[in-house]
Write a protein that binds this ligand. Sequence first.
Ligand code: SF4
Ligand code: SF4
Length: 359
Amino acid sequence: MQGPLIDTLARQGITRRTFLKYCATLASMMALPPAAGRAMAEAMAAARRPSVIWLPFQECTGCTESITRSHSPTLEGMIFDMISLDYQETLMAAAGHQAEEARHAAMKENAGKYLLVVDGSIPLGRDGAYSCIGGRSNVDILKEAAEGAAAIVAMGSCASYGGIPKANPNPTGAVSVSDIVTNKPIVNIPGCPPIPVVMTGVLAHYLTFGSLPELDEKGRPKAFFGETIHDRCYRRPFYDQGKFAKTFDDEGARMGWCLFELGCKGPVTYNACATVKWNGGTSWPVESGHGCLGCSEPDFWDAGGFYKALSVPADPLRIGAAAAIAGAGAGVAVSFANRAKKNVARQTHETLTVEDLEK
Ligand code: SF4
Ligand code: SF4
């Protein structure tokens, strides 16, 4: 395994073994077949660092905070070694005109090839005057930068769907990236903030295969958004048994029972928090005792009711519980069997080792 990137990593003391392990983990997270880890390692090691231009629009910087506070430096730091981050206002040393010049130079040199990352929504009210950089509106800058981009990553719920700025009454006329750009491949990585590993997974996929990963109907990578929080929640057995915490400090809450009745939106929220977790896999909101707010779904803020149980018909949700308790229900049994099968497959991926890759 040799190439420009692996040489850079070697100079930084990152061993081939660490790099292989990283690729194996990433491939497992993305539910790719075992051989993909090796292919990823080969492709990324030899890859030339693609130019990435990151535009921050109407946002709170939470998305940038999320990715810079992510996992160990040997994991997430690596991804930054795989790309040439040519413009990122929060992280770059340059400021003002110098920063704008750096962006224009990168766009010119890499026309048609750079990856554009956007976080934040785009305000259209008052001709875009609510958010400007260097005297130009976000919408102007986005249109210009999108023109030469090979693909666009809408990072976070604001860029993906408008997010909190778009919430009623939407005073700035905020919209999402895909409301403006319609002629480029766009991947949405929603979340408030988004999970850093999802971002690095998408970048790794792009570096390896030269394309964006498979997306769902809301433009999200299926590998990370293919299942609901509820599908993979460790409190799910309590849900299935009908054991629900009634307050945040009752005996049920102390026993780790399901938070459905306290407003958890896990059953209708697609994201990878329950499997990837946060802060280097330390924990995630439901594990910390709070229900999911549904932050990776469109219009989650306007949906509100964060502490109100979902008003979806109870039957489809609770049918699992009733049938499991009764030990009956063929349909439910099939669903449980399928879930068990999926788990076995996942565990197969999860037990991949560096040795497996090296074979
Ligand atoms: S309702 Fe929430 S806490 Fe309960 S099992 Fe589903 S995701 Fe977990
Ligand atoms: S648990 Fe729900 S609200 Fe919390 S970060 Fe994950 S998707 Fe968002």
